[in-house]
Design a protein around this ligand. Structure first.
Ligand SMILES: *Cc1c(COP(=O)(O)O)cnc(C)c1O
Length: 389
């Protein structure tokens, strides 16, 4: 009874969200901190206004939100954990922000360079539709965000998955050779998931320069705020670059479903064309207002990202001291394994103790656990469980 194309669907399995017990959730790379106090105040106000506006459609193009996102990027350089704060409360709320020298963007990001969607998963889906054809393979790392193969199936785009290097970083020469052989696009997360390892901006710059210039090159910066290098400055040089980012990780708002793309106005217009052909109003009134409030209180999220990065380093040191192999992470998670520890069994033991982490059964990474960095108290609880393994 189903359409022929249904056979291409291989639905994504997200980190579990169980309701049966109050688990400490370190399995979906969510942010352990609540949204900024300014967002909470805006939420209360917006909920009242919303009731009166419920019958009206939102701004289909999220224009104010796009302006707020552009402002956020200009004030932070697109990397929260290095953003410098001036004034504000102890938790960073209300502080003025300026980018660290290494993150400064050498031009102003403008609202016409930003597309806002209903989570970066939706943005990615529109990017796949707009820029990747079924007549040639899309090049990606063998281990990266597992939604890319799902969308490739949905849109019938063949894949060329390139093995990671022995140190778990991207094999850039092999990816370039693959892309140039078939005149293909490239996509990866930077820093990559689930490894946590990133390429420098200079490395991505050289990679784009050596890739097909007539094909869109996509960099997913879902985790860059926790310590990577943003490729936004490269938009000045590479007209085929699309950068995808999200509010779900560093902006403490996975439940709100907001993500965005940053690219030239020409490429953003193509993504908007897809949106207007499929879902005219992807971002609802509340998400637009709360997203604006989050962008305007970046100082709070700077402090959150810094705390997560500090906690990550101390947790990694703890595990290494106990014989675990911990990949160097620039994200809000660590990817770890230990000789003699069965990762699937360890996942179950940790779950038994009330803490959820992520285990992937995919060949090649089945020995690893991916552990989201939580609050200090959550990590202390996990430490005492893992010390027993
Ligand atoms: C979490 C994640 C996303 C999805 O984010 P949403 O905005 O919540 O849809 C996209 N890419 C990567 C690499 C991620 O880890």
């Amino acid at each position: 009874m189903t359409a022929e194309r249904m056979k291409n669907l291989h639905p994504y399995v997200p980190g579990e969200q169980p309701r049966d017990r109050d688990y400490i959730k370190l399995n979906a790379n969510e942010n352990p901190y609540p949204p900024s106090p300014a967002v909470l105040r805006t939420a209360a106000r917006a909920a009242r206004d919303y009731a009166g506006r419920l019958g009206l459609y939102p701004d289909p193009d999220s224009n104010e939100l796009r302006a707020a996102v552009a402002g956020l990027l200009n004030r932070t350089g697109g990397v929260l954990c290095r953003t410098e704060l001036h004034g504000g409360a102890r938790n960073g709320s209300g502080a003025a922000c300026s980018p660290a020298a290494q993150d400064r963007i050498p031009f102003a990001v403008t609202p016409d360079m930003v597309y806002c969607g209903n989570g970066s998963d939706e943005v990615l889906s529109f990017v796949f539709y707009a820029f990747f054809d079924g007549d040639r393979p899309l090049v990606l790392p063998a281990h990266t965000y597992s939604f890319y193969p799902v969308y490739a199936g949905f849109y019938a785009i063949p894949l060329n998955a390139v093995a990671l290097k022995a140190d778990w970083s991207l094999d850039v020469p092999a990816m370039l050779a693959a892309a140039n052989a078939t005149d293909s696009s490239i996509i990866f997360a930077n820093p990559n998931a689930p490894t946590g390892i990133g390429l420098t901006r200079a490395q991505v710059d050289a990679m784009i320069a050596a890739a097909p210039s007539n094909r869109v090159f996509v960099v997913d910066e879902a985790y860059v705020d926790f310590g990577g290098e943003s490729c936004i400055p490269l938009l000045a040089r590479h007209k085929n670059l699309v950068i995808v980012r999200t509010f779900s990780k560093s902006l403490c708002a996975a439940g709100m479903r907001l993500g965005y793309a940053v690219a030239s106005p020409e490429l953003i217009a193509h993504i908007t064309t897809v949106k207007n052909s499929l879902n005219h109003f992807p971002v609802d009134v509340l998400a637009q207002r709360l997203g604006i409030a989050a962008c305007e209180d970046a100082g709070y999220y700077v402090r959150c990202a810094q705390r997560v990065a500090r906690e990550r380093e101390s947790f990694a040191a703890f595990l290494r001291a106990r014989g675990w192999f911990v990949l160097p992470s620039q994200t809000n998670f660590v990817f770890v394994r230990k000789d003699g520890v069965d990762a699937q069994a360890a996942y179950r033991a940790i779950r038994e103790a009330g803490i959820l982490v992520r285990h992937f059964s995919a060949a090649g990474i089945e020995d690893f656990l991916r552990i989201t960095i939580g609050t200090r108290a959550q990590m202390a609880a996990l430490r005492s469980v893992m010390a027993q393994l």
